[in-house]
Design a protein around this ligand. Structure first.
Ligand code: SF4
Length: 299
């Protein structure tokens, strides 16, 4: 275990990634710019961007790239967001059709400034995607809508195949990691979705922020009890010196142990240094559907 005091300046080998082929990067970026679209891949400086753009997939970041919150780990700018772009849902749908996406992930900044927290814009975007790409499956990675379940229900009513909301870390670290969020509120969002007919319920968190192993066990218990089906766990990487420091480079074998813990609770777990909420999300959905089909056969 490599703890804070001993953190080497250079990242360990398992946190090194090959550079992507630039041509596919440029093609994806020019399409996104042409449509005036943002991706969380770019805004959050995701280490998998190259791989995903090369494969022609991306996670659309709707409602602008300025967030009303300032989480200590997140590369997205905090501030006063602009007005919503009413054309954005159609532009996302255009990009989905042009890219031929079979699984579409839609996320957003948190818009605590909007009366419905942006739920209506999610609904409009999902509907536009369904109209342009009726065979595509849709995953939403949503904020907590300040715990307003009537706003959450607006999104649930258009039945995204995957409902995702990240808990991000253990409750003890919330004041530093997610100061404007509340752990119990995020659990309530997940259990509400599970209880109100969401397709798959998914959540995720980072490690390497100073969490303790017993806290990880409690976190697994809490999300399993909330009705979560799929969990993603990845290594926290610092977007800039203005963000929280990495407290630990978690060893790959520790991720394996975390996966075993989750699977023992019946969860589908994707745990590895470069795992992110929507990384290989389409494959994760196929795996989950396979599991539930097996579950029905053996029942
Ligand atoms: S609410 Fe989401 S987008 Fe906003 S700062 Fe936090 S993690 Fe980033």
């Amino acid at each position: 275990m490599t703890t804070r005091a001993e953190l080497p300046a250079r990242k360990p080998d398992w946190l090194k990634k090959r550079l992507p082929e630039s041509g596919s990067l440029l093609r994806m970026e020019s399409l996104l710019r042409e449509k005036g679209l943002h991706t969380v891949c770019e805004s959050a400086l995701c280490p998998n961007l190259g791989e995903c753009f090369e494969r022609g997939t991306a996670t659309f970041l709707i409602m602008g790239d300025v967030c009303t919150r300032g989480c200590g780990f997140c590369g997205v700018a905090e501030g006063l967001p602009g007005i919503l772009d009413a054309e954005e849902p159609g532009h996302v749908a255009d990009a989905v059709a042009l890219l031929g996406l079979r699984h579409v992930v839609i996320t957003s900044v948190t818009r605590d400034d909007l009366p419905d927290g942006g739920a209506g814009h999610y609904v409009a975007t999902i509907r536009a995607v369904r109209a342009r790409a009726p065979l595509a499956t849709v995953e939403v990675l949503v904020p907590d809508f300040l715990g307003r379940m009537e706003h959450l229900d607006l999104v649930l009513h258009v039945a995204p195949e995957v409902f995702n909301h990240n808990v991000e870390t253990v409750p003890r670290l919330y004041p530093a990691v997610r100061p404007q969020a509340v752990y119990e509120r995020s659990l309530a969002v997940l259990s509400h979705a599970a209880a109100h007919g969401a397709g798959l319920v998914k959540t995720g968190w980072m490690v390497g922020l100073g969490e303790r192993e017993e806290e990880m066990r409690d976190l697994f218990e809490d999300v399993a009890a909330a009705g979560v089906d799929v969990v993603t766990i990845g290594q926290y990487l610092r977007p800039s010196k203005n963000h929280l420091p990495v407290m630990e480079y978690v060893l790959p074998e520790v991720f394996d142990r975390y996966r075993e813990w989750g699977e023992a609770l019946g969860l589908q777990v994707h745990a590895a240094p470069f795992v992110r909420s929507s990384f290989q999300a389409g494959e994760s959905l196929v795996q989950a559907l396979g599991r539930s089909a097996e579950g029905h056969q053996s029942a």
